[in-house]
Design a protein. Structure first.
Length: 210
């Protein structure tokens, strides 16, 4: 059975999604897509380049551009993205004052699922719906992730949810329930299905020399 991790974002008492707010402020759309794709790899249970810090907080390192850092805590099968992510030039400053969020995560996953966090999947769907231009970069970043094939399934699922699974299934010539299964956390779709879904959402899979 494949490991599936639920990704959630820490939300402050004032209702601010710290991670999503930071991601929105990045001027580089390509960097946004790379970071989002790396977070999707966490959802697939592949944590990759990371290290434990203190008080239950760990650092996820993303080797792109200046080198980004995302801080998180794991509670069972729930991974909560904490604070803001920061590039390696200001990672020490980013960690300052992280103790309050650490205490919040220690209350357990049930508490985090209520008022202190928001769903990463839902946040990504809202972002894609709000910024259609982000979709192409998001899919491209997923295709470039050679370490975890499930990242592509997660990205396609988010993109399909933006337009509606039923609508995408009809356009792709696939039964709706079959599409749900294909793009699920435990899906194993054929290449023809991936191509059909990608076309249905207005994008295409491309290949170029490494």
């Amino acid at each position: 059975m494949r490991t599936v991790i639920e990704i959630r974002h820490y939300v402050t008492r004032s209702g601010k999604d710290v991670f999503d707010d930071w991601l929105s402020q990045l001027a580089d759309t390509r960097a946004q897509a790379k970071i989002a794709s790396r977070i999707n790899r966490l959802a697939a249970g592949n944590f990759g380049d990371c290290r434990p810090l203190r008080q239950g907080v760990s650092e996820l390192r993303i080797d792109w551009g200046p080198g980004y850092r995302v801080y998180y805590a794991v509670l069972g099968r729930v991974c909560v993205l904490l604070l803001c992510g920061g590039d390696k030039r200001n990672s020490r400053r980013t960690l300052t004052g992280h103790s309050n969020t650490s205490r919040t995560t220690k209350k357990g996953p049930d508490t985090m699922k209520r008022k202190a966090s928001s769903s990463h999947d839902e946040t990504m769907v809202r972002r894609l719906r709000k910024d259609p231009g982000f979709a192409a970069e998001y899919l491209k970043a997923a295709l470039e992730d050679g370490d975890e094939p499930r990242v592509l399934l997660i990205a396609l699922r988010h993109l399909a949810q933006v337009q509606g699974i039923a609508r995408v299934a009809k356009a792709a010539g696939i039964e709706r329930e079959s599409l749900y299964r294909a793009l699920s956390a435990h899906g194993n779709p054929r290449l023809s299905t991936l191509v059909a879904v990608t076309r249905a959402i207005g994008l295409k899979l491309t290949v170029k020399a490494a």
